[in-house]
Design a protein around this ligand. Sequence first.
Ligand SMILES: Cc1cc2nc3c(=O)[nH]c(=O)nc-3n(C[C@H](O)[C@H](O)[C@H](O)COP(=O)(O)OP(=O)(O)OC[C@H]3O[C@@H](n4cnc5c(N)ncnc54)[C@H](O)[C@@H]3O)c2cc1C
Length: 449
Amino acid sequence: MSTEPGSGPDSEPGSGPGSGPHTWDAIVCGAGVAGLATARALDLAGLRVLLLEKRRVPAPVAKGEVLQPSSVRILRDWGVLPMLLRRGAVPLGQLMIRDAHGRRLMLFDYRTIPGDDRQLYSLDYPEILAALRESLGEGVESWPGALVEEPIRDGGRVSGVRVSWRGRTRELAAPLVVAADGRSSRLRRSAGIETTSTEYPHRLLSFDIDVEGVPAAAPEVTTYLTGQGLRLAYPLPGRRMRLYAQVSPDALRGAGREHLERWCRELLDGTPALRPLEERLEGSLGSRQLLNLWRFTASVLAVPGLALVGEAAHCVHPMAAQGMNTAIADAEALARCLADRGFADRGFAARPSATAADRALEAYQAERSAWVRHMDRMSHDATRMITQLSRPGQAIGRRVLRRMDGNPRLRYQATYNMAGLGIRPFTALDRLHQLGLPDPRARRVPDWA
Ligand SMILES: Cc1cc2nc3c(=O)[nH]c(=O)nc-3n(C[C@H](O)[C@H](O)[C@H](O)COP(=O)(O)OP(=O)(O)OC[C@H]3O[C@@H](n4cnc5c(N)ncnc54)[C@H](O)[C@@H]3O)c2cc1C
């Protein structure tokens, strides 16, 4: 990857809209996981990519830490997996839903799914970004500190972006622009692409806990269902643990130390399975972050000249661990559509055309929209079940989980969907089996498996 080259946009003949040959085949806006994954996929396809990112260093936030098997497969194909492992990515064989005492409600057993990748990995988001960044080749030019202001157009088509960089505003052209600028994407809004966004009624408090010396927890992602809501925990590299706790929006507003310590004690009283962490949780209070949670899907994933990837296109509740994974799959799908439509053909002497880009964008929209809708539905259904606070809602949720746990067919299907291997939603009949209707096929793997 090249960064801030001497031959910057001032000296580039192709940097004005519609002005002769393009300097870059694609401009990727935003260098979160979606932007970096897209840059990697396009780089591997032999395209010249400009990567624009408004921040100079990634924000130190807790998000996007659990990689599903579908992403692990893609990252291995891209040569990124060894870089994640060097950074300490932790393998986790299962996702377990437990009650507050740690008793099993339902197991998502990744060892049962097809393919070579049968585990999750956890790693800090900035480390995942660093691994992707390290994998970028010479075909990617990166401008840290470049704020994308809006798309520029040629007729109705997006043909570049207006960018503020090093104190100057510039207009940059390319046959393809990729909006990877996150949840409140300026590019999506300026392109007039609509979303209907819903905010979840709860928040998540996240803790980064040092567990050196504490008896090792199981190598799994554990979701505890408690009377006060969801608690979710998994190991991170360096003998650390991530803990998320569901809280009401104003639970800890303006809380002082004493209030926070009391809240910790209540959390542990309500989740006896987490008691071994007692001292460590109080010690990690300073690491806490409070997160608002949103759900939306953009009305379209592409318009002529512009593709949306990652949270610019879709946002789901984080506790099903799908957002980052869907972003990585977006990048792979976009690169494949571009290659299939002749945009990224290395054999061409000519550079990719806007016409080929638009054909590929139509294919991307057709291929990804069903997937994105499926991820949205699945994440939302899972969230509703595990964040219920009413007694009847919790009782039904636990019943459904126990029924699924005792039904290997439904358990396999749920794990397959979570792993990101395909779109296999539950049918109306499956839902009745979840509620208690006997299932004669319970012991058979699904017909499609
Ligand atoms: C608490 C939490 C836990 C999560 N856990 C998981 C998990 O375990 N597994 C999972 O798959 N997903 C998880 N997610 C979701 C995942 O983090 C997101 O889906 C993912 O980070 C989205 O990546 P992105 O690149 O689309 O957006 P971002 O990571 O938000 O990146 C967008 C980038 O664009 C840049 N940018 C924005 N505007 C501009 C501009 N105008 N010009 C230039 N640059 C710009 C930003 O600075 C940023 O770097 C979690 C989310 C949260 C909140």
